[in-house]
Design a protein around this ligand. Structure first.
Ligand SMILES: [Zn+2]
Length: 382
C-alpha cells in the first residue's frame, strides 16, 4: 500500500545539514526553509496549520491578560509566601508546573519557567490545548483536522513519551493500514541547547536518527509498500556569544511593573505593554541605547506575521542580536550554549526540508510544510 511518513526533528537546522552527511542518498530533495519568528510555541502551530501567528493565534506562552489570568488564585498567592530560595529552584518549578497543569486541566505543553510569582498574575497562558489533536485551533484547521475530515487513517507519536518508546510504538504500526504518519522527535533541541550545534553529542544523535529512518525505509521496502518520506525541522540553533541583563535596563528607568508597564522577558526578546504614555517614551529611549538588540519595526512585525489584532502578545518587541541571550530572563536564570528565537533572516535560524520526492511547491518557509503534509496524505489515499 501507499504510506506517507512525515518526521519532525526539533532544531535540525540547515547549518547542521550542510555540515553532516545526513540521509543525502535516501532524501536527495532538500533545501533550507525560513524559520517562523518565535519559539516552538509559534513554530509548531505554524507548521501544523500553514498559517502565520497572526492567523492561528499562537505566539509566546505568556501574554498580558490580568483579568483572565489563571494564576490569580489562592494557590499561587500562597506560593509567594514561600522563600524564593525554594520557589526559584528548577525542580520545584517543574513540580509546580506539573501540579498546575493538572489542576487547570491543560492538555498542551505547560511550564511556568522562571516567571516571577509576583508578576505571573498579570499573565494568561496561550497553549492550554494539545496542539496535535484535531480542533486545537479556534480560527483555523490543522493537518489533524484535515486528516480527520478526509478520513485518512493516520498515526502520530505522543510528544509526551520519550523518543525510544515513541519510535518503538511507531514501528509496530508500520504493518498496519495507516496511510499517514506524523513523528515528532524533540531531543536534538535539548542536546543543542546544552552543547550548541557544534557539540560533541550532536553527530551521534544525528547518526541515531539516520539509523532509525533507514530502518523505516528498509521495513517499508521489505513490505513492498510505496512510500513518501520527509524529514523537517522548525529552526536551527545559534551559539551563545554574550549574555545581556536587559531587566536591569528597564529597572534603571525607575518605572514600576504593573503601574507603568508589563514586561515579559523571553530568552531572546523582551515584550512590553504600556500602562501610560510617559512610560512608553522613557522605555523606548532606554532601549534605544542598547546596542545588543533593536525594537522590531512595523515592517518586521508584518513580515514575521506577528502583527496581532489588539497587540495581544506585546505592544513593543525588543529582539536581541543573534547569539546574545537575555540573562536573567523570565524563561531561565542562566544562559545556554545554544539558543533559537532570533531573526529568521540569520542563517543559523534556518530550518531544513528533506524528502525522497519532489513536492509541488518548494517549501521556502516552515509554514509551507503544511501543504507538503496535505500533498503526502492525498497521495497515500490514491
Ligand atoms: Zn529549543
Amino acid at each position: 500500500m501507499k504510506k506517507s511518513i512525515f518526521i519532525f526533528i526539533d532544531a535540525m537546522g540547515w547549518e547542521l545539514m550542510k555540515k553532516h552527511d545526513f540521509l543525502k542518498k535516501e532524501m536527495p530533495i532538500r533545501n533550507a526553509s525560513k524559520m517562523q519568528f518565535g519559539y516552538s510555541s509559534t513554530a509548531i502551530p505554524t507548521i501544523l496549520t500553514g498559517k502565520k501567528p497572526s492567523e492561528h493565534g499562537q505566539f509566546s506562552y505568556y501574554y498580558h491578560d490580568k483579568n483572565n489570568s489563571p494564576f490569580n488564585n489562592i494557590w499561587f498567592k500562597m506560593l509567594r509566601l514561600l522563600p524564593s530560595s525554594i520557589t526559584e529552584r528548577g525542580r520545584v518549578r517543574s513540580y509546580i508546573s506539573k501540579l498546575a497543569k493538572f489542576f487547570f486541566g491543560y492538555t498542551g505543553y505547560f511550564q511556568i519557567y522562571s516567571m516571577p510569582l509576583d508578576r505571573i498574575t498579570h499573565f494568561n497562558y496561550s497553549e492550554k490545548k494539545d496542539l496535535f489533536q484535531p480542533g486545537a485551533f479556534k480560527e483555523v484547521d490543522s493537518i489533524f483536522d484535515y486528516l480527520k475530515e478526509k478520513g485518512i487513517n493516520y498515526f502520530r507519536t505522543d510528544w509526551r513519551k520519550n523518543e525510544v518508546d515513541a519510535f518503538q510504538n511507531f514501528k509496530e504500526t508500520l504493518t498496519k493500514p495507516h496511510q499517514f504518519y506524523f513523528l515528532y522527535f524533540a531531543e536534538l533541541d535539548g542536546v543543542q541547547h546544552k552543547e550548541t550545534k557544534e557539540g560533541a553529542s550532536v553527530p551521534g544523535r544525528l547518526e541515531l536518527y539516520k539509523e532509525r529512518i533507514q530502518e523505516i525505509m528498509q521495513t517499508l521496502d521489505e513490505q513492498g509498500d510505496e512510500y513518501r518520506i520527509s524529514v523537517v525541522s522548525d529552526h536551527g540553533m545559534t551559539t551563545l556569544t554574550s549574555e545581556f541583563d536587559l531587566k536591569e535596563v528597564i529597572d534603571r528607568t525607575g518605572l514600576e511593573f504593573g503601574r507603568d508597564y508589563i514586561s515579559c522577558f523571553d530568552s531572546t526578546m523582551l515584550r512590553l505593554w504600556f500602562l501610560n504614555l510617559d512610560a512608553k517614551k522613557v522605555i523606548i529611549k532606554a532601549l534605544g541605547d542598547v546596542k545588543e538588540g533593536s525594537i522590531l519595526s512595523e515592517e518586521e512585525l508584518e513580515r514575521f506575521g506577528i502583527d496581532f489584532e489588539g497587540q495581544k502578545y506585546g505592544e513593543l518587541f525588543f529582539l536581541m542580536k543573534p547569539g546574545v541571550q537575555i540573562v536573567p530572563s523570565d524563561m531561565c536564570k542562566i544562559s545556554f550554549p545554544g539558543m533559537h528565537g532570533y531573526t529568521p533572516d540569520h542563517k543559523d535560524s534556518d530550518a531544513s526540508f528533506l524528502a525522497n520526492f519532489e513536492p509541488r511547491k518548494k517549501p521556502e518557509w516552515v509554514g509551507d510544510f503544511f501543504n507538503v503534509m496535505k500533498e503526502m496524505a492525498d497521495w497515500s489515499k490514491t
